[in-house]
Design a protein around this ligand. Structure first.
Ligand code: DX5
Ligand code: ZN
Length: 225
């Protein structure tokens, strides 16, 4: 199956007073990543559905919602009009509950993703990957942009990539946290498909150019064809 590196700038690092302008500065973003935080699941509060909806109203880009919230079964279906909705494995009771919520999201018309914090193993998910459209491996502790990439999470990426390829699944592996042109290379080599990048893109002189730098680094290092 053909794979391409996809770059997903995170609007968490954008200027919230000018979100529409910021989004217009990254026309070649493959996806836009929307970080929803509730100050309970993570020690930070970002924004919720009204701001996410405002973003949706100004772009046709595929929207990737990352819910860093407690009780995702209650809130995630509200985001069904977005392209992909990812919730955290640590926020639900167990893998069965994650599979059930993913099925609910798919039935509501969106793609469904599950995310794991750096300390959460992926082994319990490996037999259930067909239930998820995306698996988002956090490469920093969720909550804040601008942290340093944790290379040790790439073992999890390799385990996911191996099982996905073995079973011929379409599940996409996403990485989030500390992604730059430099860290995108080892992540690509480990088997990442989607590269979320916040502070490496927004807040820079040339956000569109930064995206292309990440794309070029990933394409050169990964097994994409
Ligand atoms: C962190 C968020 C990330 C954040 C990444 O909890 O999930 O999406 O925006 O920011 P950088 O790329 O700056 O690490
Ligand atoms: Zn995120």
């Amino acid at each position: 199956m053909s794979r391409q590196p996809l770059i997903a700038p995170s609007i968490l690092s954008a200027d919230f007073a000018h979100l529409a302008d910021e989004i217009a500065r990254v026309p070649r973003a493959d996806w836009l990543h929307i970080d929803v935080m509730d100050a309970h699941f993570v020690p930070n509060l970002s924004f919720g559905l009204p701001v996410a909806e405002a973003v949706r109203s100004v772009t046709d880009t595929f929207l990737d919602v990352h819910l860093m919230i407690e009780d995702p079964a209650r809130w995630a279906p509200d985001y069904a009009a977005f392209g992909n909705v990812t919730f955290h494995l640590e926020a639900v009771a167990d893998v069965d509950a994650a599979v059930a919520l993913a099925a609910t999201l798919r039935a509501a018309g969106t793609r469904a993703g599950v995310s794991v914090k750096p300390g959460t193993p992926v082994e319990p998910l490996l037999d259930e990957l067909a239930a998820f459209d995306t698996v988002l491996v956090m490469s920093v502790e969720p909550g804040f942009g601008g942290q340093s990439f944790m290379p040790e999470v790439l073992d999890k990426v390799r385990a996911l990539r191996a099982r996905i390829d073995e079973e011929g699944l379409t599940t996409v592996v996403e990485i989030d946290g500390g992604i730059t042109p430099e860290t995108a290379a080892p992540a690509a080599a480990a088997g990442v498909d989607v590269f979320v990048a916040g502070s490496a893109v927004f807040g820079k002189e040339d956000p569109a150019g930064r995206i292309e730098e990440i794309r070029t680094a990933a394409a050169a290092a990964g097994d994409y064809r």
